[in-house]
Design a protein around this ligand. Structure first.
Ligand code: SAM
Length: 288
């Protein structure tokens, strides 16, 4: 296949198809073959693997995925790209293209319908940045069947979701993601390898979804809300955030809970790791 993700080829595809790049769809096309290979290598795709790709664009990543995976199920929102992708991959029966907004997709249902003969499911994507977090949450929260995700995202978001306590990047999102998955920033990607170049640098993140989780699934939304409330005012102490929250406990109850867990009354939320947040959530009775 003529290599899709080279500068020359991307320019050709844009010109030949009189394609107008849609910023509102977060379209930043990769133009570096080495980068594409590096991303796909780090996904460790085997012949029994089913891959879900979000936003194939012109198919730059897709062309490397179809050669390795058993099946590639791709979701693209831009209808102008659908016929281009269909003709590009006409000789690849393992490629399944669906014209749909990924946020409308019932992930486990489509896995059951299209990828049930695959031994493991991996998500690989150069994400549309305007919906990085909702896409991430959708896969991490709703799918029992996905093993790992290898995602290009804004460097800043990558730093947050892999952030450790006591660093400036650590916030509620770090805790929520690290509760759901083991997250690792693999490498940084400069903005210059995209057409058009985004305003920020990017990074590749590897997320391995945890098979067993601490909480029963019904409690998870409450835990996530609790964590967000603890970070509402970053400059304030955890205690002050709790008092200002709508969690409905008295100052004494918060103090007793913090003290019983050995958390200083002047501690800040960014000092606590996921395990401590879970302990505090249990301590406060889980119905906060
Ligand atoms: N994979 C291509 C590449 O790396 O060159 C394109 C990546 S581009 C950053 C993001 C892609 O996601 C675009 O093709 C865009 O049209 C598509 N997209 C944007 N929003 C989407 C959504 N809600 N659901 C599915 N695809 C979406």
């Amino acid at each position: 296949m003529n290599e899709i993700g080279s500068i020359k080829k991307v320019r050709e595809m844009l010109q030949e198809n009189q394609f107008r790049i849609k910023k509102h769809y977060g379209q930043n096309f990769i133009t570096d073959q080495n980068l594409l290979k590096k991303i796909v290598d780090s996904a460790n795709i085997g012949p029994e693997c089913g891959v879900i790709e979000v936003g194939p664009g012109f198919g730059a990543l897709t062309q490397h995925l179809v050669g390795k995976a058993k099946k590639v199920l791709a979701f693209e929102i831009d209808k102008e790209l659908i016929p281009l992708l269909q003709s590009q991959f006409i000789n690849y029966p393992a490629f399944i293209l669906i014209h749909q907004d990924i946020l409308e997709v019932q992930i486990d249902e489509v896995i059951h319908t299209y990828l049930s003969d695959c031994k493991e499911i991996v998500v690989v994507a150069n994400l549309p940045y305007y919906i990085t977090t909702p896409i991430l949450m959708r896969f991490l929260e709703t799918s029992q069947k996905v093993s790992r995700l290898i995602l290009m995202m804004q460097h800043e978001v990558a730093m947050r979701i892999t952030g450790k306590p006591n660093t400036k990047d650590y916030n509620a999102l770090s805790i929520v993601i690290q509760y759901l998955a083991k997250a690792k920033l693999l490498f940084k990607v400069p903005r210059t390898v995209f057409i058009p170049a985004p305003n920020v640098d990017s990074a590749i993140v590897h997320l391995e979804i945890k098979k067993t989780k601490e909480l029963n699934p019904q409690l998870e939304p409450r835990f996530f809300d609790f964590v967000h409330q603890c970070f509402t005012q970053r400059r304030k102490t955890l205690m002050n955030n709790l008092k200002a929250s709508n969690l409905g406990k008295s100052k004494e109850e918060y103090e007793t809970s913090l003290t019983s867990l050995g958390i200083a009354l002047d501690a800040r939320s960014e000092q606590l790791d996921v395990v401590t947040f879970l302990a505090l959530f249990h301590q406060l009775g889980e119905n906060v």
